[in-house]
Design a protein around this ligand. Structure first.
Ligand code: RIB
Length: 305
């Protein structure tokens, strides 16, 4: 059973600050570190650490950052299908304040060159049981990957982050959509504050299962035509929420892959419970990739609940 993750990889440049600078303001950092990141990379690591066989389709620059991301992904047990391109490896500048809030600027760099899927990349998708995607990759590539997956009966999990408009026909081809409330409002074209139940109803109208992550309030899980189920969060003190959504999406994919990969409500709720525990561990640690827990760590936390 293989999960293919197609998506971005960035080198994260992380600054711990007392408060995120306002426009025109300069603040001194309390500490700096660089970590592997990027939503695709984080989700590939999270899926692998949660016990799945993972292949990661990615574009990296021919630079030191690309070498580092490739090495660390391999060390995480990921089989890489990496293109090395002339553009610099993607990067992200991340400010994390004392309340664990963050602010992120991404330079796509090489990630923007992940276009025109090759025969090998399409074959990987067709051979996989599950395809996991995010939106730091050009949308036509995401659409082409979803079409290839559907043609081969590979199940598709789309984490529609960062918030971007996605055509309805693409949403209609996805099996499971994972979004936070902000992303859900953008995709559902509903006003901010519409309420998560209204957003869930609007999004399941595309025919896909939908998970809306709600931070400290857990997650709302819905499938078309059934009453949604609220999964509570594990109460913890957050230190750094960077990559927590990725830890959730990757752990969710691994849990789904470990089961029957059915996308009925019961299977989705079980996978969401596992993913919620993974995210609870991730927010208590710094960085994106370094914060992602292993299967054993998630199971140990769940045993205490
Ligand atoms: O979701 C967190 C990620 O968003 C970071 O690792 C950063 O690279 C950006 O892609």
């Amino acid at each position: 059973m293989t999960v293919v993750v197609l998506g971005s990889a960035n080198l994260d440049l992380v600054y711990a600050v007392d408060r995120i600078p306002a426009p025109g303001e300069t603040v001194l950092s309390r500490g700096f570190a660089s970590f592997p990141g990027g939503k695709g990379n984080n989700q590939a690591v999270a899926t692998a650490r949660a016990g799945a066989d993972v292949r990661f389709i990615v574009a990296l620059g021919r630079d030191a950052a690309g070498d580092r991301l490739a090495d660390e992904a391999r060390r995480a047990g990921i089989a890489l299908r990496a293109r090395r391109v002339d553009d610099p490896t993607g990067s992200a500048v991340i400010f994390v304040d004392r309340r664990a809030e963050n602010s992120i600027v991404v330079d796509s760099g090489a990630n923007a060159a992940l276009v025109d899927l090759t025969a090998d990349e399409l074959a990987d998708i067709a051979a996989a049981d599950l395809l996991v995607l995010q939106l730091e990759t050009p949308l036509p590539t995401v659409a082409a990957a979803v079409r290839a997956a559907r043609a081969a009966s590979t199940k598709v999990v789309l984490n529609a982050a960062p918030s971007t408009a996605v055509p309805a026909d693409l949403l209609g081809r996805v099996d499971v959509l994972i979004v936070n409330e902000h992303e859900a409002a953008e995709l559902a074209s509903e006003p901010a504050g519409a309420g998560e139940h209204a957003l869930l109803t609007a999004l399941t109208g595309h025919g896909c299962a939908v998970i809306i992550t709600l931070g400290a309030d857990g997650a709302l899980v819905g499938v078309p035509g059934k009453a949604p189920v609220q999964v509570p969060a594990v109460p913890v003190e957050a230190k750094d929420t960077t990559g927590a959504g990725d830890a959730f999406a990757g752990a969710f994919a691994a849990a789904l892959d470990r089961g029957t990969r059915a996308t009925d409500l019961a299977a989705l709720v079980a996978a969401t419970e596992f993913a919620t525990a993974a995210a609870a561990i991730a927010v208590q640690r710094e960085g994106a990739v370094p914060s992602i827990p292993t299967l054993e760590e998630v199971e140990a936390l769940r045993a205490t609940l």
